[in-house]
Design a protein around this ligand. Structure first.
Ligand code: PMP
Length: 427
């Protein structure tokens, strides 16, 4: 049994010594003290089904034994020395990661977070093209550092600081977007934006291949193919942010960008790459990577032996446990059951996603698509009471985000849907 500090003590201390910008889930914040695969445990030993994976980060499962073992064994030998010396772990991990990428995406930079990965990708895009302007989508989240904050287009995070030359184009959101699923019209908006809102040249375009924080929004089919062509003609490079979508989660593909049939020039990743370790990566072509050769690009912790050993174990586990196929199987079951539930509950306006990257958007009026904000908040608390932790997101905070550790199974999916059914019927 857990004998450590209780929720109220932790909360008081956190309020006193950590910044006021922190937010927490639930009216009575949860004190999570242990995790095992798809389950989390609170201070009272109560078990919760984790359908949000520490914000889509714990890809293989909490404290997955094989990954834990890889980290532990490496920690006993050597934790840190930096890339000024040789160490096999970073080279092995880079080789394994590159083997997962299509085309000429073969050069890896390791960093410690998604924001850092996107900062580096943006810097490379600017250096490589000699242009400054970056384009991203409304409703995007690409990080909270001073550079990536500009790419992010969700007002929750928008501190008023200079954000460089960044353009946000209309979001190709099939459910709420002004042009529905018509990728051509969204692409035309981007072309217009380049023609009329920039010098005509851009450094790059970045998009999540399924928007995460924005509420599991799949981009209109065919959109990325169209805009990648437009951006490249305007001298820019195309960046895929795979921080949430990578590593088999979509089921149909290992990388989210493959669902749109394109190959990016730069791919950024974090979160699931480390199953909880602070780890991120940027993968690009030798040609683009060469622009950084003019100076030293150094990152003290990036790809350190412990993170590299852990990351390599993550890749191995995803393959060994056939997690990509599992995400297809469990994800399609979950989506099928949620779509059936949508038939019986008016409040479920949209069910969307792929594999284990699923969004449930709640509305009070299906025609007007009025966000059911208050109801979402009530259901969110109710699900917690019933023992299920989900994510919340979207511009209006009315989308449940179901992105569990990839070991989440059909029984877990059934439990989630049954609990949601029950909670909605009690509204
Ligand atoms: N990109 C995406 C798509 C993300 O979801 C996030 C984090 N929510 C980031 C980048 C930034 O990652 P980090 O918090 O590790 O800096």
């Amino acid at each position: 049994p857990y004998n450590g500090p209780r929720a109220d003590q932790v909360f008081q201390k956190r309020k006193k010594f950590l910044g006021p910008s922190l937010f927490h889930y639930y009216q009575k914040p949860l004190n999570i003290v242990e995790g095992k695969m798809q389950y989390l445990f609170d201070e009272n030993g109560r078990r919760y089904l984790d359908a949000f994976a520490g914000i889509v980060t714990v890809s293989c499962g909490h404290c997955h034994p094989e990954i834990l073992n890889a980290i532990t064994e490496q920690s006993k030998l050597l934790q840190h020395a930096t890339t000024i010396y040789l160490h096999h772990a970073i080279a092995d991990f880079a080789e394994a990661l590159a083997s997962k990428m299509p085309g000429n995406l073969k050069v890896v930079y390791f960093v410690n977070s998604g924001s850092e990965a996107n900062e580096l990708a943006m810097m490379m895009a600017r250096l490589y093209t000699g242009n400054l302007g970056m384009i991203s989508l409304r409703n995007a989240y690409h990080g909270g550092s001073s550079g990536t904050l500009g790419l992010t287009a969700l007002n929750t995070w928008k501190y008023p600081i200079p954000q460089g030359e960044i353009h946000h184009v209309v979001n190709p959101d099939p459910y709420r977007g002004v042009f529905g699923s018509d990728a051509n019209r969204y692409a035309k908006d981007l072309q217009d934006h380049i023609d009329f809102g920039t010098s005509g040249k851009v450094a790059g375009f970045i998009a999540e291949t399924i928007q995460g924080a924005g509420g599991a929004v799949e981009l209109a089919p065919g959109y990325l193919k169209l805009v990648y062509d437009i951006v490249r003609k305007a001298g820019g490079v195309c960046i895929a942010d795979e921080v949430q979508t990578g590593f088999g989660r979509t089921g149909s593909n290992y990388w989210g960008f493959e669902t749109q049939g394109i190959i990016p020039d730069i791919v950024t990743m974090a979160k699931g790459i480390g199953n909880g370790l602070p780890l991120g990566a940027v993968v690009t072509t030798p040609e683009i990577a060469s622009v950084l050769a003019q100076k030293i690009q150094f990152n003290t912790f990036g790809g350190n032996p412990v993170c590299s050993a852990g990351g390599l174990a993550v890749l191995r586990v995803i393959d060994q446990e056939k997690r990509q196929a599992h995400c297809t199987d469990v994800g399609s079951h979950l989506l099928k059951r949620l779509r059936a539930l949508q038939q019986t509950h008016e409040i479920i306006g949209d069910v969307r996603g792929r594999g284990l990257m699923v969004g449930i958007e709640l509305v009070t009026d299906r025609n007007e698509k009025t966000p059911a904000k208050a109801e979402t908040a009530v259901l969110f608390e109710k699900l917690r009471e019933l023992g299920i932790l989900v994510g919340k997101g979207g511009l209006h905070g009315n989308v449940f985000r179901i992105k569990p550790p990839m070991c989440f199974n059909r029984d877990d999916a059934d439990f989630l849907v049954d609990a949601l059914d029950y909670a909605i019927s009690k509204l």
